[in-house]
Design a protein. Sequence first.
Lengths: 305, 303
Amino acid sequence: MSVYLLRRLLQSLLVLFGVSFVVFAILFLTGDPALVLLPPEASAEDIRRFREAMGFDDPFLVQYGRFLAGAVQGDFGKSIRHGEPAFWLVVERMPATFELAGAALLLALCLAIPAGVVSAVRRNTVLDYLSTVVALLGQSMPTFWLGIMLILIFSVGLNLLPSSGRGDLEHLILPAVTLGLFTTARITRLTRSGMLDVLNQDYIRTARAKGVADPPVVWKHALKNAAIPIVTIVGIELGTLLGGSVITETIFAWPGVGRLSVQAIYNRDYPVVQAAVFLLASTFVIVNLVVDVLYTYLDPRIRLR
Amino acid sequence: MSRAVETAALPLAERPPAVPEWVLLLRRLARRRTALFGAVVVVLVVLTAAAAPWVSPFDPLLQDLENRLKPPMWRDAAGGVHPLGTDHLGRDLLARVVYGARPALLVGFAAVTISGLLGMVVGLLSGYFGGRVDDVLMRLGDVQLAFPFILLAIAVIGVLGPSLGTIIVVIGVSSWVVYARVVRGAVLSLREREFVQAALALGAGDARVLARHILPNAFTPWLVVATLDMARVIVIESALSFLGLGVQPPTPTWGGMLADGRVYISTAWWLATFPGLAILVAVLGINLFGDGLRDTLDPRLKV
């Protein structure tokens, strides 16, 4: 057990190391930070002195080493636009992004698991077809279009819900639905196929044969076993949700990390971009580590591999 | 041995008619109604993109500032009907939606080709050689997957500047992991099969075994992933265009039109509605076809 965990932990650290390298390399290779940082009227001599002072002329690996040493201490430099430490700018916005992604995930699980289970149990009925069609549409619909259509219907048309900003529950509804629909669709389909697999197993027949009533067979015996792939996908979907928040936050003017980083990219505010990408990627890696650990409790066979 | 000789000795006429395997597969695929429907939708979208000038009589770039934001079915002075209305510069929306299929399909096809080839190579090497090679390549895949993809794409495109080539390369280079994992899985089980062991025992080199014996058998799961990935790439292309980082105006793109439509959402609902519907139809068609393909070729594949 502990060997497995230790190996998994080392893997995660390695991945984070790789992420830091790529984040640094992309922005290193794609432009001269001195030209961005200095005012346009700076002379060639100013630029030269500035580059020297900031260490921009050092070899790539030296600069990367400095970046990494800062990054592990949460120091990504100061935001070019706001003048504050980039790390804290991003950290301040994280609760908003977690709130949105969490709400979307919660919504997805609450809708998708019952829909998938009912779909599998009542296979080839109207309910099954309905849920399958909705899932297919949900998987094929671009997030940003869904968001605009929801604004068109519920904000512009019916004037029921606010179309931008963060605040009470009302503000959360449209962004969470927008962000969560794709995940809902995926989990619905996965639950349905997982349940169909499990319902054909011998132990389900045994449970039924010894007289266990229908609801406990479905919701206890079957769902517990179908839950394993669902738990995995939740970890992966969180990545989709964190990434998808970039677009959803832009549409609904949601003050999260996604919107901050899009603005930072437009403003060429590289420290903020680096901090945001690194922190979002770290969140994803940590969540997946936690999921893997939970997983070994659900399915002890994994520990033995 | 003697059986083989007997079979070979049978006169040609008595052998069962040889139907190529792919014809049988196509027949099985065509029996799935949803897959057939998806295929028809995809073909229609491709034909529409190819025949854009004949589908819509109007020029997608021709501005008419006096007739901005006209609603669907509006009839102009010359008697021409604009079925989807006009946009904020008076351009015919149907023409723009029809022409918008071109960059979407082009980026989709080109990016899938790049990531598909990359992933195929990585998957073959990783699964066949195992050990160190496998460890390094799969950890690289983990790093790739840990990135919020859209953010990475925005960062790179934001710095390099948006162009058709940049978009294709960025999407193509960063989407190989799923292909690699699926191909690797297939190779791992193929490597232990008798015909591969036999080829190795007969002295075939690694390159020959990979190209002649493993690649053809790992192709099926790859094709399924490529089909479904095409749908994902089209959504990403329009998302980038939506953020202003896709193919640049005045070239019509579905995402760019949606971004314009968002600005006029309270006055002209059709501007944001129809380009999105176009994306939905194209992506739904590909997804339906891809699902059917998976269920026909490899039902256990989890993609």
